[in-house]
Design a protein around this ligand. Structure first.
Ligand code: GP9
Ligand code: MN
Length: 428
């Protein structure tokens, strides 16, 4: 019902933060690249195996003088994995407690997603690139609902049997073949590239395996750094293109990891990777950190320790691009705003904040990792944060289950008409 939107709106308004004036519009009008690093965890940054960096190019990007990198940034996905990450990144709406929102609601619901917001507020053309079949996670329908002008999936790429591994096209070939399409996109554009090779079971052909596996003895875990290294090389090659073509100068490049690559079922191996005797629930929560970095020539690079997650990406990005975001229905908060409350909800109701790591019934001190015996003041704060977490998740679910955005009028914005989009390949 339309009335349900009212309570959602008042929750959003109550928690809204204002943009940081020193960042608002800093990267106005630039192209945007969203580079989705499949299954890429934060611990890989600056990580070494046998004295060699796993991801030298991404590390350089992380420390670049024009990159703002977040080192307390968490993935927040549940069963919808990649699709939950996409949902959060481009809508600032949570994935669902079960299943995938893109699969269940991507075709039918109304959205006010990044591609259409940027198109209508900033004249952006949008394109998504992915080297797998278009139907995976119902992307072919969902992207229409989000207003993607183009979706280049497997049939747009020249293919040979040895171009593929696992779910689809190898990242180097994928990036390479994406370039000619990019060159035809009107600027400014919003381009999302979803990589694939660093996906479980971390397979790679011999020719591309030039990095040592880890030695935890867990065969599910040990090749992870090898495909991560390959992804890094692919990114490095793409960066060279961005520099050479001049696109780097007039683009904002966003890198993020969608979710863990090594699940919590591998505790002994995780302990070995981290150089610890064993890992507890605090360590496992830390292990859910993924990279989030924004590079743009107008940004003063630094590593920002603010706590945040995937839900916060869109509000952060819109402000950097100078796009007003006061009346949207989004559950995240600008990570560059000094008013940010730094509470990161997970889909099961656990959370991380700048004070606490709440995992099941155990509460840890966020910065020291010590288990806490809460005093009254801390209890009150924890309860407040828990309420915010529960209300965020339940209000977001209300929006998705009730298709509430169909009732939401955004000034100067027209809802997307899915019929305007067609991603089938037309032959020349
Ligand atoms: C498939 C890919 C994988 O196209 O995006 O999704 P995941 O298994 O990581 O959710
Ligand atoms: Mn994924």
């Amino acid at each position: 019902k339309a009335a349900d939107l009212k309570s959602v709106q008042s929750f959003i308004k109550k928690n809204q933060v204002s943009p940081n004036v020193s960042y608002f519009g800093k990267e106005k009008g630039k192209n945007v690249f969203i580079i989705h690093l499949e299954s890429f965890q934060q611990f890989l940054i600056d990580y070494k195996v046998d004295g060699k960096e796993v991801t030298p190019n991404i590390n350089k990007f992380y420390h670049n003088q024009h990159t703002i990198a977040f080192d307390n940034f968490y993935h927040q996905v549940a069963q919808g994995k990649t699709s939950d990450a996409e949902m959060m990144l481009e809508n600032s709406l949570y994935g669902l407690p079960q299943g995938s929102a893109m699969v269940s609601y991507g075709s039918s619901n109304t959205f006010q997603a990044a591609p259409s917001l940027l198109h209508q507020a900033g004249g952006y053309t949008s394109a998504a690139f992915h080297g797998d079949v278009p139907t995976f996670w119902n992307r072919n329908n969902t992207y229409k609902s989000w207003g993607y002008d183009y979706f280049f999936s497997d049939s747009y790429y020249k293919n040979k049997p040895n171009y593929n591994v696992g779910y689809g096209m190898k990242d180097k070939i994928f990036f390479d073949q994406t370039i000619p399409y990019l060159q035809q996109l009107p600027q400014p554009f919003y381009a999302k590239m979803i990589t694939l090779t660093n996906h479980y079971p971390y397979e790679l052909d011999k020719a591309n395996t030039d990095f040592p596996a880890t030695q935890t003895g867990d065969s599910t875990v040990d090749p992870y750094v090898q495909t991560a290294h390959y992804l890094d090389q692919a990114f490095g090659e793409f960066q060279q293109y961005l520099e050479k073509s001049g696109l780097a100068k007039n683009s904002v490049v966003v890198l993020y990891g969608d979710h863990y690559g090594i699940s919590n079922n591998h505790r002994p191996a995780i302990a070995k990777l981290l150089g610890k005797k064993s890992v507890n629930k605090y360590d496992l929560a830390q292990f859910q950190k993924v990279p989030f970095m924004i590079n743009g020539s107008n940004l003063d690079g630094h590593i920002d320790h603010i706590y945040g997650g995937e839900i916060d990406v869109l509000p952060t990005l819109l402000h950097l691009l100078g796009i007003k975001n006061d009346n949207t229905i989004q559950f995240g908060h600008d990570l560059l705003s000094s008013e940010n409350r730094q509470i990161v909800p997970f889909r099961n109701g656990d959370f991380v904040s700048s004070q606490f790591v709440k995992s099941g019934n155990t509460i840890y001190d966020s910065s020291t990792g010590k288990e806490l015996d809460l005093d009254n003041r801390q209890k009150k704060l924890l309860d407040e944060q828990q309420r915010f977490v529960n209300d965020s998740l339940s209000n977001s679910d209300k929006v998705v289950y009730g298709d509430l955005l169909r009732f939401h009028k955004l000034k100067g914005y027209q809802n997307v008409n899915k019929k305007d989009y067609d991603y089938t390949k037309k032959h020349a």
